[in-house]
Design a protein around this ligand. Sequence first.
Ligand SMILES: COc1ccc(C[C@@]2(O)NC(=S)NC2=O)c(OC)c1
Ligand SMILES: [Zn+2]
Length: 261
Amino acid sequence: PINSWGYGKENGPSVWHKDFPVAQGNRQSPIEIIPKQASYDPSLQAILLNYDHCSSINISNNGHSVVVDFDDSDDRSVIQGGPLDNPYRLKQFHFHWGGKGCHGSEHTVAGRSYASELHLVHWNAVKYQTFGEAAAAPDGLTVLAIFLETGDEHRWLHRITDTLYMVKFKGSATDFKSFNPKCLLPSTLQYWTYLGSLTTPPLHESVIWIVLKEPITVSERQLGKFRMLLATGEEEDQRMHMENNYRTPQPLKDREVRSSN
Ligand SMILES: COc1ccc(C[C@@]2(O)NC(=S)NC2=O)c(OC)c1
Ligand SMILES: [Zn+2]
């Protein structure tokens, strides 16, 4: 059935196209970013993040990732500028990560992958009435992607990793208030931007991607806590750890990647 997709041998990215033919479309994500082939666009503005009044609601395990949801009933937390024509509302953020070692990011940079990738998901509430409607529209979503590499401990990530034990099982959720994702940004907001898609089914081609060039650093210990999450529910007897929940790069086809300063 359609809702049985995953990252395993039988239900992983290589067979998603059977239920979701757009998987073989013309603007699929992620992609390999080749900096030398990206075109510097001086007209691209700086990214503006107004997250100061953001209100996180809860953190949950949906079996594919761990997600922090935000109150998006007004324009209290938005991303604007960059390649965007109008502000996009922060809806949620989630992560993709690997098993042991360095793989785990979805986008790669000149063949190099990172240990993990954070996706901050925003939707175009100026043009669309609901997130669901925006998620199916060509300019409906903007995802800010941040690479995570392993090294020193991240001073604020513990607020998330300390909560993961409470959402160990698929389908679990818990309150997660007053978390401002600004604390997860790198020191510069230089970026690449291109038109792409969701990276899991339904794989809608509705994302304006903004991929930050500078990664943030987290410790192996912090990353290890993500791998303790389970892709299976409390009632299931076959436990599966949630790891390697990333799609590999897709054909660029007739797209260009633009670079900010
Ligand atoms: C119906 O709307 C959806 C569905 C799934 C996701 C999650 C994801 O597939 N998309 C990206 S990006 N990473 C992912 O894992 C979504 O996020 C924008 C929006
Ligand atoms: Zn994602």
